[in-house]
Structures are given as structure tokens and as C-alpha cells.
Design a protein around this ligand. Structure first.
Ligand code: UT7
Length: 323
């Protein structure tokens, strides 16, 4: 059977780093509160000339170079983002244009922090359905643009950045020994739509709006939702927590990551953590964490990797792949 195998990976971060202490003059907070409650120590914040499209383009170029490919080799771009450059056209077509791609097709996916997990699952279906041979899957965000910089309960949590992978159709045996995407489980439940949302939009206020979150409510649901979809993937594949080489969770809060890993029985040394460096970069957080663990040599060819994310909607999901 055809499998969607990761052929390359890349990432891009804004030049400016903002430390926790840099917030102390902006809102009533402290490095200690932020670090203890979330694990975040710093995040990158985009300058005016750094956008979701420019960061996404940089991550895409890095992934193509890592794969030894050019834009000519790509059939489809799927961009996961909730902070597009414009309401339309899709920022994915902006990136397509920036890459000089005049063939194929490109679109955005909006599942907030679960965007990359949704996008990988979607790209895998296009590949296995024969609609595309190589897909650039990008997560790129500039959440700093939709933050209320007077709201200490949200502005300290998020950061900007982008990560990308190239998925390629390769022949597999149809077993979990194959490289590539092996299984996925996606969920959403709109009953929670008012717990984490942006209070503006083209069809309502005609403005972009600002992020609003009932943090405690999100926290309360997060661990159960994350572990449910991972357990579904375990059931689908027969894989267990012990079989995993790496757990690459959405990077929102170190306490959520630790509690999820503990509940699933995933050993601490298998958990990739970048929330300390990047904050919550929404759809970019999983590919940024993946890229960091590949770059430093932790994730190697043949490793079994579990990705997961949970966010606004709520949306949540998990993807199991062999690197
Ligand atoms: O990516 C999408 C998923 N999003 C998430 O996963 C976020 C999930 N939620 C969380 O990570 C946590 O709920 C937060 C980090 C947002 C908050 O942590 P918490 O332990 O749930 O704190 P809390 O909301 O219960 O607030 C505790 C106190 C409050 O003061 P009072 O009411 O106890 O007097 C807040 O006003 O901390 C206060 N507080 C702050 N203090 C200093 C809230 N934000 C800050 C801050 N600095 N930045």
C-alpha cells in the first residue's frame, strides 16, 4: 500500500526573542508565575516584516532543502494556520507564489492548535487517494497579532513561528513496520467554542479581534481529550506506549504535557518539550518541536513517533508515524 513518508523537515522563527521578564513592565506578572504555571521561559515575536506567509515560506524552503527537493517536486501545499495574512486568499497560495510554484494546488486548514495534526491527516489522505505525490504540510502562525497585550492571562502564553514537512508517496507493506503515517484520530466538539476563541471576524464584527480564553476550562478538558485520541490510535494499530520512541505533543503548557504522558505511561525521556523556548505557537508548535528533535539527532529514521494536539473549537487529534 501507499504510505505518506516524511522526506524532509524545516522550521523558521522570528528574529526577536521575548523573555518572561520582558512582560514585567507590560502587565502585572512575573517570570516565576509564567515558568511555574506553564513551563514557558521565552517566545519569538514577529516583527512587522515577518508574517505567517514569510515564516511559512522560510520553513517550507528549509524542509525542501532538507528533503533535497525543489518547489517543482511539490503537488500540494496544506497550510495549517489561524492567523492568515489576509481573510482571503488562503495564505497557502501566497506561499505557493513565494516559492515560484505555478502548478499544483494549495489551501489553508483552520483547526487552531490542532491544525498541523489535521493537515498531516488530510495530506495523507490526498497522497493515499492518488491526488498528490508530494505535499508540503506547513504550520505557521503569528499569534502575537491577535493577542490582547493588556490581558496577562493570555498574552504571556503564545508565540510566533513556523514548521514544515514534506510528505512523499512511498510503497509500504501495510504493516506498522512501514515508514510514514500509520494512523490518525481526529475529533472536534463545538459545544466548547466559547472557551477559546477570537472575538472578531469578517462575518460578525468586520474586525480581526483578539484571543479570549478560559484557561482553567481548557486545562480541565485537555488531558482527557488528548489521551482519548492517542488511546484510539493505540487500539487501531496495536501499538503501546512502550513501543513509542518519541512523543511530540502540542506545546501549550508543560503541566498538560506531563499529565498526558503520565496518564498514558509514556516515559519522560521520550517526551519532546519546546514550550520553554517557543511558548504556544498553535499550529506551528508540533512541527517546531519535531524539527528541534530531528535537528539535534533525537528522532532518527525508523523511529515510532506520536504527535498530538488540542485547541480552540475544541479540536483535538493524534497522528502515529514512523520517521
Ligand atoms: O493551545 C490551546 C490550549 N490552551 C491551553 O492548553 C491552555 C490551558 N490552560 C492553561 O495552560 C492554564 O490554565 C493557564 C496557564 C492559562 C493558567 O494557569 P492556572 O493554573 O489554570 O491559573 P488560573 O487561570 O487558575 O489563575 C490563577 C491565578 C489567578 O489569580 P486569582 O484569581 O487566583 O487571584 C489569575 O488572575 O493567576 C492569575 N494570573 C496571573 N498571575 C500572574 C493569570 N495570569 C497571570 C499572569 N501572571 N500572567
Amino acid at each position: 500500500m501507499i504510505r505518506s513518508v516524511v522526506r524532509g523537515i524545516g522550521s523558521a522563527l522570528p528574529r526577536r526573542i521575548m523573555k518572561n521578564t520582558d512582560f514585567e513592565g507590560i502587565v502585572e506578572t512575573s517570570d516565576e508565575w509564567i515558568a511555574q504555571r506553564t513551563g514557558i521561559r521565552q517566545r519569538h515575536i514577529a516583527a512587522d516584516d515577518e508574517t505567517t506567509a514569510s515564516l511559512g515560506e522560510a520553513a517550507a524552503r528549509a524542509a525542501l532543502e532538507n528533503a533535497g527537493l525543489t518547489p517543482d517536486d511539490i503537488d500540494l501545499i496544506v497550510l495549517a494556520t489561524s492567523t492568515p495574512n489576509n481573510t482571503f486568499p488562503a495564505t497557502a497560495v501566497d506561499i505557493q507564489n513565494r516559492l515560484g510554484m505555478r502548478h499544483g494546488f494549495a489551501f489553508d486548514m483552520q483547526a487552531v492548535c490542532s491544525g498541523f495534526v489535521y493537515a498531516v491527516t488530510t495530506a495523507d489522505l490526498y497522497i493515499r487517494g492518488g491526488q498528490a505525490k508530494r505535499v508540503l504540510v506547513i504550520g505557521s502562525e503569528t499569534f502575537s497579532r491577535i493577542l490582547d497585550w493588556n490581558d496577562r492571562s493570555t498574552c504571556v502564553l503564545f508565540g510566533d513561528g513556523a514548521g514544515a514537512i514534506v510528505l512523499e508517496a512511498q510503497q509500504g507493506e501495510g504493516t506498522i513496520g512501514d515508514r510514514g503515517v500509520l494512523a490518525a484520530s481526529l475529533r472536534s466538539d463545538g459545544v466548547h467554542k466559547d472557551k477559546l476563541f477570537v472575538d472578531g471576524g469578517p462575518s460578525t464584527t468586520g474586525t480581526v479581534g483578539h484571543l479570549k480564553m478560559e484557561g482553567r476550562e481548557v486545562f480541565k478538558h485537555a488531558v482527557g481529550m488528548i489521551t482519548d485520541v492517542i488511546e484510539d490510535v493505540f487500539t487501531q494499530t496495536g501499538v503501546t506506549a512502550e513501543n513509542l520512541d518519541w512523543f511530540v505533543p502540542h506545546q501549550a503548557n508543560k503541566r498538560i504535557i506531563d499529565a498526558s504522558a503520565k496518564k498514558l505511561g509514556i516515559a519522560e525521556e521520550k517526551v519532546v518539550v519546546t514550550v520553554n523556548l517557543h511558548g504556544n505557537t498553535s499550529a506551528a508548535s508540533v512541527p517546531l518541536a519535531l524539527a528541534a528533535a530531528v535537528a539535534d539527532g533525537r528522532i532518527k529514521r525508523g523511529d515510532l513517533v506520536m504527535l498530538e494536539a488540542m485547541g480552540g473549537g475544541f479540536t483535538w487529534g493524534a497522528v502515529l508515524l514512523r520517521w
